[in-house]
Write a protein that binds this ligand. Structure first.
Ligand SMILES: [Zn+2]
Length: 293
């Protein structure tokens, strides 16, 4: 099974819909971070919206970072996406385990916390990156991002994100983002709203074997969709490399490096996104110390 993303235009181009099957991305994250069921759902939803938002970037070096910092036991989640919709994620507390909701569902909003902030940082090659922020609405993530689009980008947006977890891991994960173009009519909007009210959760639709095209049709009720397939499926991908980790070590300063040299005599730095470990010998650290200003 592969991840897949499609972009559709409906209502003669007045509505854009992006749908993703992110099952493998979320399963990969679960394995890397050894996520509990509820943190699989929380970080999985973040990775899914990250991938969808990354696909809006234009240039090769563009990057978007999504961060939630809140008062729940998870504390912090960070997701970074590139323009090919590839994503990587970090979660501060991957082992959070809390009771299911009374309806038997994973309690993502309690794990995330309702009292927190959502930050969106777009690095698109300008001198300073764009930073947008909104208060969390519910900690359910889809609602929080919907609020961000309404407040910060002033684009009417509907978002659904879903992760279905069982004892073997991620069964299905996916999401969609529906956005109205300025020329959408009131009639278009009420038709969409009606469809979105009755549509089953995306993870259930995927589990039932619905294709992304079929899901897009259910969303808009328009069978004359214009569909574009993303040729390269998005994946969980980390771009860390030793040279960048070295820069991080240099930035802590000569005094701190000296401290490490004199106590441990070596350093191991683990990438927080992919858990790859980078070893630095005493000689490496001496060399980096000399590069400190
Ligand atoms: Zn990495």
């Amino acid at each position: 099974m592969q991840n897949r993303m499609i972009k559709c235009l409906a209502y003669e181009g007045k509505v854009s819909i992006k749908c993703i099957d992110s099952t493998n991305i979320v399963e990969e994250a679960r394995k890397i971070h050894d996520l509990s069921p509820v943190t699989t759902a929380a970080l999985g939803r973040m990775l899914t919206i990250g991938s969808l938002m990354g696909s809006n970037l234009k240039e090769d070096d563009d990057q978007i970072t999504l961060q939630i910092k809140s008062n729940g036991p998870i504390d912090t989640m960070i997701v970074v996406a590139d323009r090919y919709a590839n994503v990587k994620g970090y979660i501060k507390n991957p082992n959070v385990d809390i009771p299911l909701k009374s309806n038997g569902k994973l309690d993502v909003s309690t794990a995330v916390g309702k009292d927190g902030m959502l930050y969106i940082i777009k690095d698109i090659g300008l001198k300073d990156p764009y930073v947008g922020l909104t208060k969390l609405v519910s900690g359910e993530i889809a609602e929080d991002f919907t609020e961000y689009f309404a407040k910060s980008e002033q684009i009417p947006t509907a978002i659904a994100l879903g992760v279905l977890v069982d004892k073997n891991g991620v069964k299905r994960a996916g999401g969609y983002i529906v956005q109205l173009m300025p020329d959408a009519t009131d009639q278009d909007i009420s038709k969409l709203e009606e469809n979105l009210r009755v549509i089953p959760p995306i993870s259930k639709l995927l589990e039932d074997g619905k294709s992304l095209e079929e899901i897009a049709e259910l969303i808009c009720g328009d069978d004359k969709l214009l569909v574009f397939d993303y040729a390269t499926p998005p994946v969980y991908k980390c771009d860390c490399e030793k040279s960048r980790i070295e820069k991080g070590l240099i930035s802590i300063g000569a005094k701190e490096l000296d401290n490490i040299i004199n106590t441990d005599g070596r350093a191991e730095v683990v990438c927080r996104f992919c858990k790859k470990a980078y070893e630095f010998s005493k000689e490496d650290l001496e060399r980096l110390k000399n590069e400190c200003k």
